[in-house]
Design a protein around this ligand. Structure first.
Ligand code: PLP
Length: 480
């Protein structure tokens, strides 16, 4: 790096520092997601004061070029000022039956095909997997607990784990008792139980649009109707929600608690509280899907919507799939007023969840390693996000729009007119790469030009090469 700072020139010193950072970026010394040199280090290197470097960093932050992370320093962002977010499509407020299973099946097959680079799956913990820690704990549990871990566990879950989940809620300000928690096979089973606890075939379920396709698949299988509520940059559009509730007899809502899958958008506390108030005023149960609650990039603890419930109509579904290990299938439901119904459904559906896996997760939480890894994981995911956005902006056709996720491990990409994402999905699969086509995230066939791409992977040349190849295929589709 050139360390030439002119103290006699006309330009302010901090502006020269900004230019130096720009030059480092242009030369490839600094890349999106990289940490900028510390204030102390750069001030010593350039022989300027720490406040001068700080002023430069604050200005870069104001311009959206770097982000400050509490206790971690400043990090270079993708050129977000040049990347626009996907646009909101036109909506007709009408409940529709869902038909998405065939393509979901193809998307799942693509993820699990041998030697496929899985950019189509949302498993953010794989960016910093705790496999060695979990293996160590598993060996210890098997050695010490004896055959009882091989038995059926209690129907509603392993008590010490339920106590810890309840304790974690209490620490976040939610009054949850361990008696209120049922451990499930992942959040997917929790969502299935929740939906069947409050609604039946033919009922109207309001969902965000776009939304996680697993919810749509449940609605399809249970013979319910989906009513899509548009989302804006900061989550569900409240006016649309109000108007939809006025126009239709909505039986329940299924909304992400904080971070939307696939866009990564994050709802403010005020908005989340308003949603609970609007719904409880009309006695409509809300099922909140909180699987990404601990993976928001803002280091502050955020309350689940459960915390704002006054009438007990909020059901919270979550799991350790995104933060510990998806294969363990350990999730839970906090079912509030619907507890008896939920317990009956759990018994009927799967009797109980793996006791061994619950035991291991319980020990993992108790050791403190879970929280330590979450901290690390958030940092890695934030860095990966910037790299992914920059790489897509560089490799995909002009006018591609990319979301700016506030948490989780996926970006939502809108391709230019003329580029169909289901075609891109098929071409990518032929090249050994999975992505998720946009239509899967809508009950009414929206998002034909959108795709979800995961950055929740250990970042390496294989991932970079895969993204570039998908970009080339998108160019090819446009030119055909
Ligand atoms: C938003 C959302 N909810 C629920 C699930 C299901 O989670 P689990 O693997 O714990 O069943 C997923 C998994 O991708 C998800 O993205």
């Amino acid at each position: 790096m050139s360390t030439v700072i002119s103290k006699s020139g006309e330009q302010f010193l901090y502006q020269q520092v900004i230019e130096l950072i720009g030059a480092m970026q242009e030369s490839g010394t600094l890349n999106p997601g990289d940490k900028l040199p510390s204030l102390r280090k750069l001030s010593a290197q350039l022989s300027v004061s720490i406040p001068t470097v700080k002023q430069a960093y604050i200005e870069l932050e104001r311009l959206g070029k770097v982000e400050a992370r509490p206790k971690s320093g400043y990090f270079l962002r993708a050129a977000s000022f040049e990347i626009s977010s996907p646009k909101r499509p036109r909506f007709v407020r009408r409940p529709v039956p869902v038909r998405c299973q065939t393509l979901i099946e193809e998307a799942y097959e693509a993820v699990h095909a041998p030697n496929t680079i899985p950019l189509g799956v949302s498993h953010p913990v794989m960016a910093s997997p705790p496999d060695k820690t979990l293996a160590r704990i598993m060996r210890r549990v098997l050695a010490n607990a004896g055959p009882k871990v091989m038995a059926y566990g209690p129907m509603d879950g392993y008590l010490p784990l339920k106590r810890q989940i309840a304790q974690r809620y209490l620490e976040r300000g939610v009054e949850a008792r361990h008696e209120d928690i049922i451990v499930t096979n992942g959040a997917q089973e929790a969502l299935a139980i929740a939906l069947q606890s409050v609604a039946k075939a033919g009922d109207i379920v309001a969902v965000e649009s776009p939304t996680y396709f697993g919810i749509l698949e449940l609605i399809e299988n249970l013979g319910m109707m989906a009513l899509e509520i548009p989302t804006c940059a900061d989550g569900i559009c409240l006016d649309d929600l109000q108007e939809s509730l006025d126009e239709h007899r909505v039986t329940c809502c299924v909304f992400s608690s904080l971070i939307n899958n696939p866009t990564g958008s994050c709802m403010s506390d005020e908005k989340r509280q308003s949603i609970v108030e609007i719904l409880e005023a009309k006695n409509i149960p809300l099922i909140e899907d909180d699987v990404y609650g601990e993976l928001h990039f803002d280091d502050e603890d955020v309350l689940p919507m459960q915390a704002y419930s006054k009438k007990g109509l909020v059901i919270t579904c979550s799991s350790f799939s995104k933060t510990a290990a998806p294969s363990y299938r350990v999730g839970w439901i906090l079912s509030n007023r619907f507890e008896q119904k939920a317990k009956g459904l759990k018994r009927a559906l799967s009797c109980s969840s793996s006791l061994l896996n619950q035991w291991v997760i319980n020990e993992y939480l108790r050791s403190g390693d879970y929280d330590r890894n979450i901290k690390r994981l958030r940092q890695v995911l934030r860095t990966n996000k910037e790299r992914m956005r920059a790489l897509i902006a560089e490799s995909f056709p002009e006018k591609t729009c990319i979301s700016d996720p506030q948490g989780g491990g996926v970006v939502w990409v809108e391709l230019p007119v003329g580029c169909d994402s289901t075609d891109l999905f098929h071409l990518s699969v032929e090249s050994g790469i999975s992505i998720t086509p946009g239509v899967l995230f809508s009950a009414s066939g929206k998002y034909k030009r959108c795709a979800r791409i995961s950055y929740g992977l250990p970042w390496d040349e294989t991932v970079e090469d895969a993204v570039k190849r998908v970009g080339k295929l998108a160019h090819q589709l446009l030119n055909d």
